[in-house]
Design a protein around this ligand. Structure first.
Ligand code: 5GP
Length: 180
């Protein structure tokens, strides 16, 4: 199929992952989680804003009893990671002795996730795992254990399906990558 191009602010992006492919990959993650978390009542922690579509489509396919909460933690500005780790905001649930699964839109350097994991581990969950929609393995700067990954991607800036470029593009159904 011909690639579709969208223009966001000053940049052009072309289709990279279709909604169908994303959903098929999320179904595989959900199947794994359903097997691994039977009887564990996991608590999903979706990291806003980027993970909202991923969280919704994954949770619709999780069939074990579970809970979801939303946290905010951002260290990304424009197209470059700032490297600064910020505090977890909005975590009102007690995660002590809970089986927690972080839902991340995309892992780039891993700074964000490392900071989040450190803060959550202090609260003594029974277990802590990560489900990431996208991972850029070439960019990882920390040895993170990412148990559930929908797709590994090269080091290209991507938008859509929850991911933004300076505030816009989150509503796109497919994922697009920057045209270099
Ligand atoms: P890290 O801390 O791993 O370097 O960056 C993680 C965060 O950076 C993600 O949660 C996301 O908000 C943002 N990010 C990293 N790569 C991309 C990308 O290609 N596109 C968009 N839209 N955001 C990204």
């Amino acid at each position: 199929m011909e690639p579709r191009i969208v223009t966001l602010h000053d940049s052009q992006f072309s289709t990279y992952l279709s909604e169908e492919e994303i959903i098929a990959r999320i179904q595989i993650l959900a199947d794994q989680i359903n097997q691994d978390y039977e009887g564990k009542n996991p608590l999903f922690l979706a990291v806003l804003n980027g993970s909202f579509m991923f969280a919704a489509d994954l949770l619709k396919r999780v069939t074990v009893p579970c809970e979801i909460a939303f946290v905010r933690l951002s260290s990304y500005q424009n197209m470059q990671s700032t490297g600064k780790v910020k505090e977890v905001l909005g975590l009102v649930d007690d995660i002590k002795s809970r089986h927690v699964i972080i839902l991340e839109d995309i892992v780039d350097t891993g700074h964000t996730l490392k900071g989040l994991e450190q803060q959550l581990l202090e609260k003594e969950p029974a277990s802590l795992e990560v489900a990431a929609l996208l991972v850029k393995p070439e960019c990882l700067q920390h040895p993170l254990e990412l148990k559930y990954i929908a797709k590994n991607i090269p080091n290209d800036f991507v938008v859509g399906y929850g991911l933004d470029y300076n505030g816009i593009g989150r509503n796109l159904r497919d994922i697009y990558k920057i045209v270099s």
